[in-house]
Write a new protein. Structure first.
Length: 304
């Protein structure tokens, strides 16, 4: 099967490479010349523009967007749609907000173009391990693209599936990432407690390796964390700053709208926000209040 890939960052290039290894033909476009060259090095064809990419693909075309959520995806789709024809298929494999996805799907439908949203998990390991694909869209269109999904997934019969109509794939991936926030926070807090108990001289890498087998808390996420602990047990050089790409916020917002209690995911998100406040005014106010009502000493900042 032939696919056009738009966005040849690390994940997009890895997905294109996995498809090429699976016998598919892939043509790609990225504004970066080095990214296009990287695709060519893997056996794919590079296009110098979106128009050239569309022109190189046989009808009905299948084009996969692997771009950051937000304006980049929005602008690229706006440039792409006038180049496409009825019967073409567009897949958004990024982490778009499901509201945007539903709107884009309706816009494409008006032009006779099918829009598929594919929540994609697997990160940098997907090239070798395969990707978890949560797909939203019309059943017949998803079925027509089955060869692509089967190749990208860990195996043809697992790790992927159509979860519902347009928007449902990104919605499912949004909640998936919210769960990920909670899992990561729990692992980090538990290991921080072990790290603080200095009297036992605990080896966190060893403990992680033990937990990887037979434990109810074993997971791939734990394996990745344990590997990192083996390389840098004291986390030297790592800043205590945790970004977020938006999915956790969207998940918490949905929980509130649906009256679903989600305290773990919500607190995990708040902890990420807290990690970015190197000069916490909130904590300073808390310290001063303790001093005011209880006479507790207020620790002063050292010289800068």
């Amino acid at each position: 099967m032939e696919l056009g890939m738009v966005g040849l960052g690390r994940m997009g290039l890895n997905m294109a490479t996995r498809l090429l290894r699976g016998g598919h033909r892939v043509a790609g476009f990225d504004p970066s010349a080095s990214a296009r060259q990287a695709l060519q090095a893997q056996g794919g064809a590079a296009a110098a523009s979106l128009a050239a990419l569309v022109g190189a693909l046989p009808a009905p075309r299948a084009i996969w967007l692997m771009l950051p959520a937000g304006p980049i995806t929005e602008d690229t789709l706006a440039q792409l749609l006038p180049l496409l024809a009825a019967g073409d298929r567009v897949v958004d494999g990024g982490n778009s907000n499901f509201h945007d996805t539903q709107r884009r799907a309706a816009l494409c439908a008006d032009k006779g173009i099918a829009f598929i949203d594919c929540g994609t998990s697997g990160g940098v390991w997907g090239l070798e391990e395969g990707y978890s694909l949560m797909i939203g869209g019309e059943a017949a269109v998803v079925e027509a693209l089955r060869p692509l999904f089967e190749t990208l997934a860990p195996a043809p019969d697992r790790g992927w599936g159509r979860v519902g109509p347009p928007g449902s794939g990104h919605y499912t991936k949004m909640v998936h990432n919210g769960i990920e926030y909670g899992l990561m926070q729990a692992y980090a807090e538990g290991l921080a407690i072990l790290h603080k108990k200095t009297e036992f001289g605990l080896d966190l890498h060893q403990i992680g390796k033990i937990w990887e087998h037979g434990s109810v808390v074993r997971s791939w996420l734990l394996e990745l964390l344990t590997e990192a602990l083996g390389k840098n047990p004291q986390m030297q050089g790592v800043a205590p700053f945790v970004p977020d790409s938006g999915e956790g916020r969207w998940t918490v917002d949905e929980a509130i709208k649906l009256d679903v209690a989600a305290p773990v995911i919500t607190l995990a998100l708040l902890e990420r926000l807290r990690s970015r406040d190197a000069d916490s005014y909130t904590d300073k106010l808390l310290s001063v209040m303790r001093g005011q009502f209880g006479g507790h000493a207020v620790k002063q900042e050292g010289p800068t």
